[in-house]
Design a protein around this ligand. Sequence first.
Ligand SMILES: N[C@@H](CCC(=O)N[C@@H](CS)C(=O)NCC(=O)O)C(=O)O
Length: 255
Amino acid sequence: MMKLYSGDLSPYSARVRMQIYAKGISDIEITRPSTFGTPKFREEHPIGRIPVLDIDGDMMPESEVIAEYLEEIYPTPSLLGATPRETAHIRTVARIGDIYILNNMFMLSGQARAKTRNEGIVELLGGQVVRNIKALDRMIGKDGFACCGRLTMADCALVPGLFMVENVLPGVGVDNPIPANPNVAAYWAAIQQNEHAARVLVELHRGLEERRELIRSGAFEKMMTAMAAAQAAADAKGRAGGRTPSPHVVGRGLG
Ligand SMILES: N[C@@H](CCC(=O)N[C@@H](CS)C(=O)NCC(=O)O)C(=O)O
């Protein structure tokens, strides 16, 4: 049985989970890897991030790659277009969700709990998110779905992206740009009524609440410090063996 290594608060994992729910796939186990965030996870998975699809021990990283793979092996119901041009449009909008929104939001998220916020990072990445939401406003469907009047891979990428924009961006001092972009705002209100979107949003909110509680109690900072120390020790061991050290986990680690 295939396994999807995932986490409630991981928006990239949520993108694949929403696709799995929408396609009605029931033979993939969704599980949080116990070693996630530790040197062991990075030892086993070179990119060191979730989601990862475990196909009987063959590990496939990267949400978009996994999503495309699942479309190929479970072709119905299709979350791609009815024509090559429609599919290209769906992929363009999905890329806005992934590269232009999620990636910036993910890199920005560490600033929400930084002792001293780096305003240069916030201005650069927050500015990109605001600009890209404006671009999305000109491209998004006006009938409750991102493209083609039905649920597609574009919705699966946008729902976690817009969740991050609404819930994380204000925490770094940038106003949520969704209300000022009427087509995105109308889409966001409508897609939250979709059962598959609603299901991942419940999971994302649950993950966010758990994370906030860990931050409030101080446990999260302790975890990050311990993880950074473990990673530094693993890097030092790797250097002795001639390997390049990996960047530390502090400042990131959402998921
Ligand atoms: N491009 C990757 C990004 C995945 C990613 O950044 N995942 C986060 C959780 S949402 C993660 O695993 N972070 C751990 C880390 O940065 O060390 C994808 O699309 O799957």
